[in-house]
Each structure stands twice: as structure tokens, then as C-alpha cells.
Design a protein around this ligand. Structure first.
Ligand SMILES: [Zn+2]
Ligand SMILES: [Zn+2]
Length: 121
């Protein structure tokens, strides 16, 4: 599987154009990831969005404007949203799992808005 290539979870560039609605991640294995802002916010893995148990699920309806993106400890990204929410830590592995590019979308958890095991985060 592609995600066993360690380069698949090493981002080389993260782009979130001001006023845009999509984050692009260039991965070290050459994959160009596409992550709609609303998808990222909906799958925010933090405890206030997801509770403390069960699968990660898509939570609609929250502010999906990205104010800031920061790298956390070389393993994750932290987004600050337009409503000030910033407690979600998105590991690179999780971001790759959420990829909604045309290659990944068929069968991805994103297309069907299915739940994702916590172990994937
Ligand atoms: Zn959250
Ligand atoms: Zn992809």
C-alpha cells in the first residue's frame, strides 16, 4: 500500500491560499494532496469536536476559514480557524488519510463521510 512508503507522510510544502477553500500538500512521495477546508474542520480530531471515545466522524457546520497553519513538532499541523478554534492536531498520517484528491477520493473515508478509527489520527 502507498501509505507504507514513509515519504507518504512527509509534507514538503503546504499551501493554503488566502481566501481559498482548499489546502494543498505536496508529499515527499510525489503525491499532491487536496484537502478542502470544510473537510478538515469537519474531521477535526480534538476532544471538543469528537468527544473522548468512539470513531472520528465528520461534524458539519463549523467555521471553515483558515486563519493560520502551524507545524507541530515535525509530525503534525495545527489549524487556527476563523472562530478561534485551534485545539485540533492533525498528524501527517491523518492528513494523508483524509486526502480528497481525485486519486484518493474513490473509497476514501471522505467521499462517504464515514467514520475513521482514532488510531488513524
Ligand atoms: Zn476541534
Ligand atoms: Zn490524494
Amino acid at each position: 500500500m502507498a501509505d507504507q512508503d514513509p515519504r507518504a507522510i512527509v509534507p514538503q510544502a503546504v499551501r493554503a491560499p488566502m481566501g481559498g477553500d482548499t489546502v494543498e500538500i505536496e508529499w515527499a512521495d510525489g503525491h499532491r494532496g487536496i484537502l478542502p477546508n470544510a473537510l478538515l474542520r469537519g474531521y477535526c480530531p480534538c476532544a471538543s469536536c469528537q468527544g473522548h471515545s468512539g470513531q472520528i466522524r465528520f461534524v458539519p457546520g463549523h467555521n471553515a476559514v483558515i486563519d493560520q497553519i502551524e507545524e507541530v513538532g515535525s509530525y503534525a499541523l495545527q489549524f487556527t480557524w476563523g472562530d478561534g478554534h485551534n485545539s485540533g492536531i492533525f498528524t501527517f498520517r491523518y492528513l494523508r488519510r483524509l486526502c480528497a484528491c481525485p486519486t484518493c477520493l474513490p473509497g476514501s473515508p471522505v467521499e462517504a463521510r464515514t467514520e475513521i478509527p482514532r488510531s488513524a489520527t
